[in-house]
Structures are given as C-alpha cells and as structure tokens.
Design a protein around this ligand. Sequence first.
Ligand code: RI2
Length: 320
Amino acid sequence: MSVDETAEKIKSMEIRGAGRIARAAAESLRDHALATNAPTCPAFKQKMEQAADLLTATRPTAVSLPNAVHIVMAGLGPAKTVEEARFGVVQSADHFIQSSQQAVEKIAQFGARHIRDGDTILTHCNSEAALGCIIEAHRTGKEISVFATEVRPRNQGLITIRTLNDAGIKTSFIVDSAVRSFIHDVDLIIVGADAVTVNGAVVNKIGTSQVAHTAAEARVNMIVAAETYKFAPRTIMGELIEIEERPGSEVLSDEIARTLPNVTVRNPAFDVTPAEFVDLIVTEAGAIPPQMAYVIIRDYLGWGIEEFNPSPVSGPGTRC
Ligand code: RI2
C-alpha cells in the first residue's frame, strides 16, 4: 500500500487502534523504502522524511504512531549509500512490526494473570492489547464474563463484542452511559491506551476517564494494557498530548446539524485518566504502577530527550 493510501486509511479510521496504526505506518515506510529511488543518499533520506511526516500528521494523539515512525527512521543510521539506507529502514520496520506483535502477546500473558477465575471484566473501546489479556484468561480455563461498552460515536464496541463472541466469551453489551449502573457487577476494568505520559496519566478513548472515576468510587481496580511504544517521551520535556477532535458529523448528521444553527457539536476522540485512577499498566516489559512511566520512557524510548537538542551529526535518523 502506498504512503498516501495508508495515511488516508489511518485518517478515516479504516486502520485504527494505536498498535495497528503503528504497525501500518512501519509497513508503509518499509514499502516506500523498497519502492523509492533517489540519485543520492541525502535525496533518498529526504523522500523518506516526507513520507514519515505525512504518516505522523494523520492522527495526533496515538503516540505509538510517531514512536513507530521514529524507530523505523532510525534505521537510516549512518548509511553512506542509498542501498544501505534502504536496507536499514526495511530492517528496522520488520523488527518493529515483529516486536510489536510479540509485545501484544506478552501483555496478554501478563495481563491474564491479573484476571481471576469467575471475574467479570469491563472494557471500553476496542484495544487489541486489552482484549488479548481477556482472551488469554479465557484460553487458560478461567471462567470469565465481560461488559463491553458501545463507544459512541464510532461504535468500536461492535468490533469488541464480535471478537469476544468469536472467542466464546459471555459478553453483555451496554451503552456508554450504563457503566455506573453495572459497576457493582464488575470485578476488574481493562482498557488499552493511545498514550501514557511521564506522570502516568493514560490517554485513551473518550469515556475512559468516566469509567475510571466510576471504578474508583466503587473500589474496582483498573488496569491498562499498553506496549512500551505507547509511552510519550516528549512529555518529559513538558510537551502535552494533543487530543484529537474529530468532525461533528460523526456525532450528528450534517442534515440535522443544519437545522440547529445555535448548536455546535464537540467530538474529542480521547480523554485523560490521571495516574491515581490506574492500578497497573501492563507492558511487555512487565506490569508497572503508572507512577513508573518515567522509567519506561528512559529505558525504552530515551531518545525523546535528545530530540530537543538535536545534533547535526548524531542521533537516530539524522545521518545519511
Ligand atoms: P490497541 C484506540 O483508538 C482506542 O482508544 C484503544 O483503546 C487504543 O486505540 C489502543 O488500542 P482509536 O484508533 O493498540 O479507536 O490496544 O481511536 O489496539
């Protein structure tokens, strides 16, 4: 798939989910490197950077996207020829895709250990990392059931209930506003993440913070399943996560909106759950309290800090 096509599919959410977006971007950069010809190494690098910028600009919140692009582009390394640079990108993209898939599998194993036999779990939106934990618990013989929310306005809950149904897991499908009505039937909340900031706040699908508040009030634990590449390095330097606001037409048809000139539809796609509402973040490197987010950023994504003082001759992706 071309970079333009991938970018369009990410924007329109045909490709969605923070992990899938990251792998799609890596795949697209790899294909672009294989298809791109340039007379010189700097010219090749420039074409790759244009593609990287286009992909990164598609959705602003899921930090897995710029992280994946950064990791893949680091494959350009100190290459002296176009062939070397191409090989570097292909290698780092393949490595990222493979390790992302392995991360989701590991998270499933670690997360499943937090689910007890007989538990009822509530999940919000459609997260492959969160669902992986639930399905793994079921696979290992635990008798569990799930509450899955609808997830207005894009209805990602429909994807979730299909997956749970196919896995043979008993599931109750509820509207987003019914979470509080059922919270006392729930033993554990498991959700995914689009970004985790240095102070352990979790950015995830709109409504997650309401679920978290409700869970805290009812003393129900909440765990977040998130690969290390969903942690946001630049938040160390004070950069804020941008919350994507999508078109109002996703919530209210243009036809109806036209009849309501005094009404503006607001449609933020994500919200922020503070660290104190999250009991654990399960990563492929193990489960951590959210307050340890800094350690993940430092140990797995340490390059974020350098980027604020980029050196012209060093640092990933800066040489060719
Ligand atoms: P995985 C999704 O965003 C949801 O917010 C979900 O919780 C998160 O990405 C993580 O998903 P969207 O693309 O990477 O639906 O765990 O806006 O699949």
